[in-house]
Ligand binder design. Sequence first.
Ligand SMILES: *Cc1c(COP(=O)(O)O)cnc(C)c1O
Length: 249
Amino acid sequence: MSKLADNLARVEEAIARACRAASRPRAEVELMAISKTHPSEALVEAERLGLHLFGESRVQEFAVKSAQLAVSAAPGETATVRSQIRVHMIGNLQSNKANKAVEVFDGVDTLDSVKLAVRLDAAVAANVLWGGKKLPVLVEIKLSSEESKAGLAPDSAELSALLERLPDLKHLDAQGLMTIAPLDVPEEETRGCFRRLRELRDELAQQHARLHLPMLSMGMSGDFALAIAEGATRIRIGTALFGAREYPA
Ligand SMILES: *Cc1c(COP(=O)(O)O)cnc(C)c1O
């Protein structure tokens, strides 16, 4: 078995265990493979192992890989790997990159301002490749006080403004919330963070009746079992699948 196949089997086992412990069906939890910094060959191999949802954190990095995947097909097949997978933006997205983002991504899971939402909506409207389909988006929420964390604070005016505006942006499909838990904190704090995201979603769904927010993207390699226990419907796994990331010096 390849290293990736081995890692995937281990991750699947841990997901199944966490689902059983939470009395949740496995089918309720989507596995998103986080392939940032890894070459397009890693996505090709992952697709062959049955993974179809990926997350990438940089527009330019994925634009290069997307072009490579658009010409690579399995032996004897005509469908390209790119056409068999969905890839979402999970990194900080500047609104001036909205056009490029909707050219290469199938979704944006880090929506964090009205300005970006308006730009993405216009970019999808203007892009014939989308052909009337809506761009799936998640609103990124900041639940820890670390200054570096991206996302909107739960009680911020900007979050209310964004949720008020989203139903009117006809080319966006707001599906739920996303958060990154603080790293290296006690397990109870991590779990509390995931619980707050679920409770916030329930509150927001009540306050904004025109929105339906079923998706909770939370949990990474180190904490996805806790996230599943608290209701995650999408977990984002990088290191546990692809190994440690190497960043250029
Ligand atoms: C890199 C990244 C992940 C994956 O983290 P691992 O710990 O490697 O699983 C998940 N979510 C986001 C937003 C990321 O940037």
